[in-house]
Design a protein around this ligand. Structure first.
Ligand SMILES: *[C@@H]1O[C@H](CO)[C@@H](O)[C@H](O)[C@H]1NC(C)=O
Ligand SMILES: *[C@@H]1O[C@H](CO)[C@@H](O)[C@H](O)[C@H]1NC(C)=O
Length: 370
């Protein structure tokens, strides 16, 4: 574990490269969430095991009774077999049909989930995570396609979520600047694999994405594109009354007013726009750059500073820059020590703030904790 002063720049997302030590507090919550999902997974496995055993018992009962019905020798004239038949009908069948086992299994699953529920992210967290994705995109000037194509994790086999962040932003905040970019990408992926790619976790389909994308274009004043997309929607789902009405409405609007031509879509204004732009420039490496340091001035040394402890184990210092003076101490704490410190500090972390007049203020684009 290296100790180096880093300007805190936070992004909440789990799949940032691990080198971003500054995001640890947000990553910590994501790791916690992952641990909780691991617990849920174990509970689901137990449920599946119980339910499979229950279904196997049902199958055995079914096979047994079916065999009796197919056996020509099993005549009801046999008093013993007649007794068995009556017993089955009066006692076995009711207990099979009214078994509470399924209910008990699902109750155990519910209880297991409820025990964890308080620690699981909620709808608000999901909205926050969707907005964080857009923010990440803005701050580092990333394209949605690039993000989806594995900018963060080239080896990821996960299907990137595109539809639901786009939809959330479109509907909840009216931010069509972002929703269009995200839904465009979602639509083009859904189109590529129509019928085969419908990941459950996305809970969306080509039709859904087209619907929201058309709506976003309409709200942004681009009626002709909203019309094109809605027609495409009807190609897949011709009986949809609402979209049929929308198509008629768009045609009428186009005939009377045409598209609303205005300036290109802008990001929604948030507080301190000026501040935000400067901040983003820095993040994108467009701000002031430090002059490169001449390597001959830099070096590594053992530091004891007259301390008896450090005489036994000197600090390993690497000089990174002279102006401003930046040094890196290697092996400053062990990984285990660092984890302990993080664990102790975690509960005390607060959202980072920026100066606002004489006060401090939380802002949308600054979401790290310190
Ligand atoms: C509407 O959107 C389409 C697709 O993005 C674009 O090609 C077209 O130029 C836009 N039209 C107007 C009037 O903005
Ligand atoms: C956003 O704020 C800037 C600066 O205050 C202003 O010039 C611009 O017109 C605003 N844009 C919108 C879409 O409100």
């Amino acid at each position: 574990m290296r100790a180096v002063g880093v300007l805190g720049l936070g992004a909440l997302l789990a799949w940032l490269p691990p080198a971003h030590t500054d995001t640890f507090s947000a990553l910590r919550s994501v790791r916690q969430a992952r641990g909780n999902e691991g617990r849920l997974l174990r509970r689901l496995r137990a449920y599946l095991r119980e339910e499979s055993a229950r279904l196997r018992r049902l199958s055995r009962f079914y096979e047994k009774v079916r065999a009796l019905h197919q056996d020509p020798g099993a005549s009801v004239d046999n008093p013993l077999l007649a007794f068995s038949l009556i017993k089955r009908l009066s006692s076995d069948w009711p207990s099979v049909v009214y078994s509470s086992e399924a209910t008990e299994n699902s109750r155990a699953l519910h209880v297991g989930f409820q025990e964890l529920q308080r620690e699981l992210p909620g709808a608000e967290d999901l909205d926050g995570a969707a907005r964080a994705l857009m923010r990440l995109q803005d701050v580092y000037a990333l394209s949605v396609k690039g993000m989806a194509n594995g900018f963060f994790q080239p080896t990821s086999t996960d299907r990137p979520p595109l539809y639901s962040p786009g939809r959330r932003v479109a509907y909840d905040t009216g931010d069509y600047y972002h929703s269009i970019a995200w839904l465009e990408e979602a639509v083009s992926r859904f189109r590529l694999s129509y019928g085969s790619w419908n990941p459950e976790e996305e809970r969306g389909s080509l039709e859904d994405a087209l619907d929201y994308l058309a709506f976003s274009y309409f709200m942004a004043g681009n009626i002709s594109h909203a019309l094109t997309l809605s027609r495409e929607f009807l190609h897949y789902d011709p009986s949809n009354q609402r979209v049929t009405r929308n198509v008629a409405k768009y045609e009428k609007l186009l005939a009377t007013h045409g598209d609303r031509v205005g300036p290109p879509l802008q990001r929604p204004n948030v507080t301190q726009l000026q501040n935000r732009d400067a901040y983003e420039e820095l993040c994108q490496g467009l701000g002031a750059q430090m002059a490169p340091e001449r390597p001959s001035h830099l070096g590594c040394s053992y530091e004891t500073n007259g301390s008896p402890y450090l005489l036994l184990q000197p600090a390993k210092k690497e000089t990174l820059r002279l102006q401003p003076y930046i040094v890196l101490y290697h092996d400053f704490v062990s990984d285990a020590e660092a984890e302990t410190i993080k664990g102790l500090a975690g509960p005390w972390l607060q959202r980072s703030v920026v100066a606002s007049g004489e006060k401090q203020q939380k802002v949308e684009y600054r979401i790290s904790k310190r």
